[in-house]
Design a binder for this molecule. Structure first.
Ligand SMILES: Cc1cc2nc3c(=O)[nH]c(=O)nc-3n(C[C@H](O)[C@H](O)[C@H](O)COP(=O)(O)O)c2cc1C
Length: 368
């Protein structure tokens, strides 16, 4: 049996196989509220045969959104909009749903990618003043963020807690805290974006302090029987930045505090990054983290071929793989992976007749 289709337990959440759909911002929310686009998009992916679906970076406060089109979970209105979408998806799919909770820090207040993605000035429509560990902009020409003070840190930690409670209430199965890609929590971790001179900056211990405080607070607020996981950047890909060795130390700290899995991405913090992009390019980072922890480690990044995914798991470099662009390109990627590796996936009864003659018994009836 292919390892890619073996069951795995993530903090009590049973995953039917080792394929997870990575979070993908859709920039299609209205004032933080999910729309019919999310019902279509998440609904489609919930029929893909993957083991779990991660909902896009969901902001814990309006200023924590990357763009004005981002999803939020910060008031009753955004919670009700999400509840509606989740109820719709759940009616037809039993796929576990994970939510990525996020704060975009200094990389907030941008245009949608298909409008260029540039920062929007705080005084312009759809723009706002950003916040960060230090008053350093991402790009030198950008409006600088305001450095968070004690009250600002407390507010953001509380926003994560409130969002975690709302995520619990709408029936989500797990939380992934976004500490990657140069957003707020990663900005605390990296010495390139964190120049604080208080107990939240300087040493590795100090730089990890706020992300760990947020983790502890979210873990305490979310149902104890449900998993809280973290997504990290394994390196900044910039000299003098956040390193994979530091990532491994952070991962071990998180494991000790009850983190159920670590999802290892990379980059996003500094425009000077030089990324060796290619198939499986982030897998060595996941492998390094895996050596430091015993919780599941998820690898991501240009994993596009079922045999490639299987080889990563067989080599013990990661416990599961995540896929983003590949599943937009081919929304039934897990079906085809199962066919290629002689395994089976769950599919809705409405689609069972699609299986070509001679394909074997790839599709098994999903019963939501
Ligand atoms: C359209 C799009 C939106 C994304 N949004 C998010 C996001 O909300 N949160 C996140 O952590 N990563 C996000 N990513 C990064 C992906 O989760 C993933 O790490 C990256 O695309 C590499 O995996 P892939 O090669 O399978 O696409 C996004 C990627 C794409 C293509």
């Amino acid at each position: 049996m292919a390892k890619l289709f073996e069951q795995i337990d993530v903090g009590g959440l049973s995953l039917a196989n080792r394929i997870v759909i990575a979070p993908m911002c859709q920039y299609s929310a209205e004032d933080g509220a999910m729309t019919d686009w999310h019902l279509i998009h998440l609904g489609q992916l919930a029929l893909s045969g993957a083991a779990a679906l991660t909902i896009e970076a969901t902001a814990v406060s309006p200023e924590g959104r990357i763009s004005y089109g981002d999803v939020g979970l910060y008031d009753d209105r955004t919670e009700a909009a999400m509840q509606r979408v989740i109820d719709g998806v759940r009616r037809w799919s039993d796929m576990p749903l994970i939510i990525q909770l996020a704060h975009a820090g200094r990389k907030a207040s941008t245009a949608k990618p298909w409008h260029g993605g540039a920062q929007i000035a705080p005084t312009a429509p759809n723009g706002w003043q950003t916040v960060a560990p230090s008053a350093l902009p991402f790009e030198s020409h950008e409006n600088a963020p305001i450095a968070l003070d004690r009250a600002g840190l407390d507010d953001i930690r509380k926003a994560f807690v409130d969002a975690a409670r709302r995520a619990d209430r709408v029936g989500l199965d797990a939380i992934q805290i976004h500490a990657a890609h140069g957003y707020l929590l990663h900005e605390f971790l990296s010495p390139l974006s964190n120049r604080r001179e208080d107990e939240y900056g300087g040493s590795l211990e100090n730089r990890m302090r706020f992300p760990l405080e947020v983790f502890d607070a979210v873990r305490a607020a979310f149902s104890p029987d449900k998993a809280v996981t973290v997504r990290v950047s394994g390196t900044d890909w910039v000299e003098g930045g956040w390193t994979v060795e530091e990532t491994a130390i952070l991962a071990a700290e998180l494991e000790a505090r009850g983190c159920a899995a670590i999802h290892v991405s990379s980059g996003g913090l500094d425009p000077r990054q030089t990324i060796p992009v290619g198939p499986s390019y982030q897998v060595p980072l996941a492998n390094k983290v895996k050596q430091a922890v015993s919780i599941p480690v998820i690898a991501v990044g240009l994993i596009t071929d079922p045999h490639q995914a299987e080889a990563i798991l067989q080599a013990g470099e990661a416990d599961a793989i995540a896929i983003a662009r590949g599943v937009l390109w081919n929304p039934h990627w897990p079906w085809h992976a199962a066919a290629a590796l002689g395994a089976a996936v769950k599919a809705p009864p409405q689609y069972l007749r699609s299986e070509p003659r001679g394909a074997g018994r790839v599709l098994q009836e999903m019963k939501p």
